[in-house]
Structure formats: structure tokens, C-alpha cells
Design a protein around this ligand. Structure first.
Ligand SMILES: NC(=O)C1=CN([C@@H]2O[C@H](COP(=O)(O)OP(=O)(O)OC[C@H]3O[C@@H](n4cnc5c(N)ncnc54)[C@H](OP(=O)(O)O)[C@@H]3O)[C@@H](O)[C@H]2O)C=CC1
Ligand SMILES: CC(=O)N[C@@H](CCC(=O)OP(=O)(O)O)C(=O)O
Length: 310
């Protein structure tokens, strides 16, 4: 029997993309609530309980409500919202995070899909902390830029109405309490809150995260080559990883470091740059906020949960 998949919120930005990614899959039975009933509790409860896997593409409160509507032991959940990312009983849906994670996702009943901002910083920082090259209490700052689709349907409509007049680089998160900080701290294995300073660009999708490292205060200053080797070794050991590490090079510009470079894919490319004499380094991740950052990661996790691998 084909697994029954229900996408709660299938008409939103993330839901529509997942629907499109799954459109050609003959191995799945996609069940859809009639559009006019999509916000009716009774209808959602019926579909949630009929599904083998429910993918929640909803605001946080609606995602919590969906989970509370499941009254059977069989429906498994992938939640794309922020609601359950550090909650007990949930496995974090970043399969390449460590060697055991894809197995944990494959066996999980509840998977919290990562946020778009956390994935790049976790992908670059966690292996370096695990390798002992950075201490867990290292003061981390994260910069970056995302396409406006990261803000969902309302932000997309707003930017598209403004067209070329919209701001090209809009820093936000200025109250320094972005909702992704707990998630980055937890899965990045950081002992203190990172500072996240995001920006929105006037393009629909794609993103870059940048972690600058001032290494000079450390007792043991890792070289750029050591940082790069630790990342390369980590991802080489993860079979099927969609996260790649670019060769280590010292250059001024790399054309691949374009936020839109991997749009429409679930790929993520990591880059390490360093100036050893200055004891400074940069960790950069390039990916699609709607791909590896949202729908692509959800489809990757779905594949693991139904035993199809990455
Ligand atoms: N966009 C992104 O880059 C990413 C988003 N996410 C997360 O995914 C989730 C969805 O985000 P996104 O797709 O961007 O948001 P959208 O606003 O584009 O879509 C949300 C969808 O949920 C529907 N909805 C809202 N409330 C209810 C409800 N009570 N019952 C049923 N349906 C409801 C909305 O319907 P209607 O439009 O009719 O109100 C809409 O179709 C969010 O939690 C977001 O944080 C995760 C990673 C990346
Ligand atoms: C541009 C923009 O507003 N982006 C969103 C992140 C969207 C996202 O992917 O995060 P969640 O899945 O956790 O919602 C923000 O910074 O809050």
C-alpha cells in the first residue's frame, strides 16, 4: 500500500512547493482537504488521522493545533514550522547534522524540519565544535541574506507589489531575538546564544549565511586548512549528503557564492576562507531557503521516513 501523505497548509509557500516536488511521485498517495475546508478543524482532524505522514506547512499555532488533533498512534508528522524544533519527543530534520541523524529521522514519529536560517550556521559550526577546533562557548555572530519568500505569502505579495522599488538589502531581526536563535544554539552545540543578524534581499528565493570567526583569542588557533578539513571529513562520512564542501582556496570572489545559485534544489554548498596570519576565518553556506531550507528538506525527510533514503 502506498503511504498516504497529507500536506496541512498545502496552499501556502512551503506547502505548494512540497506539492510540486511530490507531483510526479507514483509511490505516494497524496490526500488533499478541499480548499474551502482547509481551515476547518473537523476536516483537518479527519485528514491528519487518515494520513501515514502529515507534513505541516502552517503558522506555529496552527501546527501545534494540528498535532493536538492527531488521536491515533500511526500518523507520523513532519512539521515545517518553528513550533517543535527544540521540543521533547521531536527529532530534528537536518539529516546531515551528524552520522546518526538520518537513521533517527527514518525511525521518528515526529520530525521538526529545520528553519531556513539555522541550517547554514549549524552545518558549518557543529562539526568544528565536535572536532574540538572551536570551543562551545565561542562568541558566534551570523550574518546573511535571504530571498523575500522566507517571509511567506504576505511578504511575497508585499515585495512583488513594490517590484524594483523594494529595498535591495534590508537588515532585520534588529531586536536581536530572532525565533531561530534557540534552534541554532541547541543543534549548533553552542554554549551561548549566537547573534543572528539577517537581511532580506529583493529577490524571491535563495540565501547565504556567513559566520565570521575572530580566532585570535583562542589558546589553540585552528588554521583555515584545519577548519576546512574538519568540514570536508564530516560531510564525506555522511552517505548521500546533499551538503557539499567547496575546495579550500584563497581568493577575493567566488561566483558560486550567489544566494540564488542553488534555487530549486535541496543542495547546500559550504565554503571556508581564512587568513591565518590574522587568525580570521569565514564560514559561508549557500542554499535555497525554500529548498534545503524548507520544502526540499521536508521531502528529503519524507524519503527517509518511508525508507527511500535521501
Ligand atoms: N518560507 C520559508 O522560507 C520557510 C517557511 N517555513 C515555515 O513553514 C510554515 C509555513 O510557512 P510559509 O509556507 O512560508 O507560510 P505561508 O503564509 O505562505 O503559508 C501558510 C499556509 O497556512 C495556511 N493556514 C494558516 N492558518 C491556518 C489554519 N489555522 N489552518 C489551516 N491552514 C492555515 C495559510 O492559509 P491562508 O493563506 O489562506 O491564510 C497558508 O496557506 C511556517 O511555520 C514557516 O515558519 C519553514 C522554512 C522556510
Ligand atoms: C525573510 C523572513 O522573514 N524569514 C523568516 C524565516 C523563515 C523561515 O524559514 O523560518 P521558519 O521556518 O522558522 O519560519 C524569518 O526570518 O523569520
Amino acid at each position: 500500500m502506498k503511504p498516504k501523505i497529507f500536506i496541512d497548509g498545502e496552499h501556502g509557500t512551503t506547502g505548494l512547493q512540497i506539492r510540486t516536488l511530490l507531483a510526479e511521485r507514483s509511490d505516494l498517495d497524496i490526500i488533499s482537504v478541499p480548499v474551502e475546508r482547509r481551515k476547518e478543524t473537523e476536516a483537518r482532524a479527519e485528514y491528519l488521522n487518515a494520513a501515514d505522514i502529515a507534513i505541516l506547512c502552517l503558522p506555529d499555532d496552527a501546527a501545534r493545533e494540528s498535532v493536538s488533533l492527531i488521536d491515533n498512534d500511526t500518523t507520523r508528522v513532519i512539521d515545517a514550522s518553528t513550533a517543535h524544533r527544540i521540543a521533547d519527543g521531536w527529532d530534528y530534520g537536518f539529516a546531515e547534522m551528524d552520522k546518526g541523524q538520518s537513521g533517527r529521522i527514518a525511525a521518528a514519529k515526529r520530525v521538526a524540519n529545520p528553519g531556513c536560517w539555522p541550517q547554514g550556521p549549524i552545518a558549518t559550526l557543529r562539526p568544528l565544535i565536535d572536532a574540538g577546533l572551536l570551543p562551545a562557548d565561542f562568541p558566534v555572530t551570523i550574518n546573511g541574506i535571504t530571498g523575500y519568500s522566507g517571509g511567506g505569502r504576505t511578504m511575497i505579495e508585499d515585495y512583488e507589489a513594490q517590484g524594483k522599488n523594494a529595498c535591495e538589502f534590508l537588515p532585520y531581526g534588529l531586536s536581536l531575538q530572532h525565533k531561530h536563535i534557540p534552534e541554532i544554539r541547541t543543534y549548533g552545540r553552542l554554549a551561548r546564544d549566537p547573534m543572528l543578524q539577517p537581511a532580506i534581499g529583493n529577490f524571491a528565493q535563495g540565501m547565504i549565511t556567513i559566520v565570521p570567526l575572530q580566532l585570535g583569542t583562542l589558546d589553540h588557533v585552528p588554521s583555515g586548512a584545519q577548519l576546512h578539513a574538519a568540514l570536508a571529513d564530516h560531510y564525506a562520512a555522511i552517505a548521500g549528503s546533499v551538503v557539499e564542501v567547496a575546495p579550500y582556496e584563497q581568493v577575493e570572489r567566488v561566483p558560486d557564492i550567489d544566494p540564488e545559485r542553488y534555487n530549486g534544489t535541496n543542495r547546500m554548498k559550504l565554503h571556508v576562507f581564512a587568513n591565518d596570519k590574522r587568525a580570521q576565518a569565514l564560514l559561508i553556506a549557500v542554499y535555497d531557503n525554500l529548498g534545503k531550507g524548507a520544502s526540499g528538506a521536508a521531502v528529503q525527510n519524507l524519503g527517509l521516513m518511508i525508507g527511500k533514503g535521501f
